[in-house]
Design a protein around this ligand. Structure first.
Ligand code: SAH
Length: 384
């Protein structure tokens, strides 16, 4: 592991990497201490699993485009807490190919007389670039987010990008002509390729479209999911719930690893649609997805005397709800695998569970999914 600190010329303005002033081992130590402070009272905390190479781990890169007063085109990120674009050609956390593609697109604009979108006037052409790369498949998607649907010299522009980056497998134009902070608009046109890419995680294939949610650090996501599967100890005939399932990744990996029957539940309808097509892509017919609030779903299932063997829960930062946890206690699966992106709410929920039932925490494993940032991911195993 590289113990030296790396510096970034725009780290203050960008604000994305809050821990860059620490070496990577120091960052891991800080995260370990933070998890221990909150969770040690329940169980010994395993040593945090860091990355061998904690750089350029992001498989998804977004850049805003802007023309400054001198007429120079800038691409990069919004200054933290503002709408001012900080120019970036390369970033310590972002995929290097993605950064090169975005820089190339920026340099190409003037020769095609293409402008950047102006948020104040609502005029102009290019607003954002979004690049996603499947690290396992090396499929690359470039999304050009434009303020208008008219794309002058479209074919020549696409050819020029592909000539420089033949590894790009699909190019999409997404039209966003709204005054909004959202990067992507509703309408899109496929300019080249299939309009989506695929990636492989834990031996399963996942389809990723411009709008699909997908974990941004696939190397550590495999570590995280493998830990979760190791904790679940599936034997082959269990009923498994994947709650807060997103596009179904955890449940699909569990189904592939031999779970008898998997039910996923997720609030976001687009994610549920992706989950269903991902199950098909992996030839699985023992996994089902429900769109709805996880707490609501759990309490209905508990009312119907459902008795799952294993429950995976991966709630958002706010954590789970008393409704969910009460239903979980009522159903009393022998194993609960809690995956969390916020150790504070995880500690709150575990406190609730262990004080109101006979569950106790058997293992706690932090995983560093977001090097140089303050975010911490943790998996905990609870047993009845
Ligand atoms: N398990 C997935 C996604 C985890 S992110 C993965 O590993 O990729 C948390 C997910 O919870 C998001 O997809 C979010 O849409 C969903 N979510 C948030 N609140 C929810 C609720 N009340 N009920 C069900 N799902 C919810």
């Amino acid at each position: 592991m590289n113990n030296n600190k790396k510096t970034c010329p725009v780290s203050k303005k960008c604000g994305g990497c809050q821990l860059l002033n620490l070496s990577y081992p120091e960052q891991l130590k800080l995260k370990q201490t933070a998890v221990e402070r909150l969770l040690k009272k329940f169980c010994r905390v395993e040593r945090i699993i860091g990355m061998d190479c904690p750089y350029h781990y992001r498989n998804k890169v977004q850049a805003a485009f802007y023309t400054n007063r001198q007429g120079k085109i800038i691409s990069g990120v919004y200054q933290s807490g503002s709408h001012h674009v900080v120019g970036i050609d390369s970033c310590l956390t972002e995929d290097e190919t993605a950064d090169k593609i975005i820089t190339f697109v920026r340099k190409l604009l003037p020769s095609f007389k293409l402008t950047t979108y102006n948020e104040d006037t609502g005029k102009g052409f290019l607003r954002h670039n979004l690049v996603k790369r499947g690290f396992a498949t090396n499929q690359i998607m470039l999304v050009l987010v434009t303020g208008t649907s008219i794309f002058p010299s479209k074919n020549n522009f696409v050819s020029a990008v592909l000539k420089k980056f033949p590894e790009i497998t699909t190019i999409v134009q997404n039209i966003n002509n709204f005054k909004t902070n959202l990067v992507l608009g509703e309408h899109q046109k496929i300019l080249y390729g299939k309009g989506f890419i695929e990636d492989i995680l834990c031996g399963c294939r996942f389809r990723i479209s411009p709008k699909s949610f997908y974990q941004i650090n696939p190397v550590q996501t495999e570590v995280l999911y493998n830990t979760a599967m190791d904790y679940a100890q599936l034997k082959g005939n269990e009923t498994v719930l994947d709650t807060y399932c997103g596009i179904g990744t955890i449940g699909i990996v569990a189904a592939k690893r031999g779970a008898g029957r998997v039910i996923g539940v997720e609030l976001n309808g687009d994610a549920v649609r992706d989950a269903i097509s991902n199950a098909r892509l992996n030839n699985l017919n023992n996994i089902f997805f429900v769109k709805g609030d996880a707490g609501e779903f759990m309490s209905e299932a508990a009312g119907e005397n459902e008795s799952p063997d294993v429950v995976f829960m991966d709630p958002p930062r706010a954590g789970s709800s008393p409704k969910f946890l009460d239903a979980l206690i009522k159903m009393s699966p022998h194993t609960v695998v809690y995956i969390s992106c916020n150790p504070e709410t995880m500690a709150r929920d575990i406190e609730y569970l262990t004080s109101k039932s006979s569950y106790s925490v058997k293992k706690i494993q932090p995983v560093d999914m977001f090097p140089h940032t303050r975010h911490i991911e943790t998996v905990a195993l609870l047993k009845r």
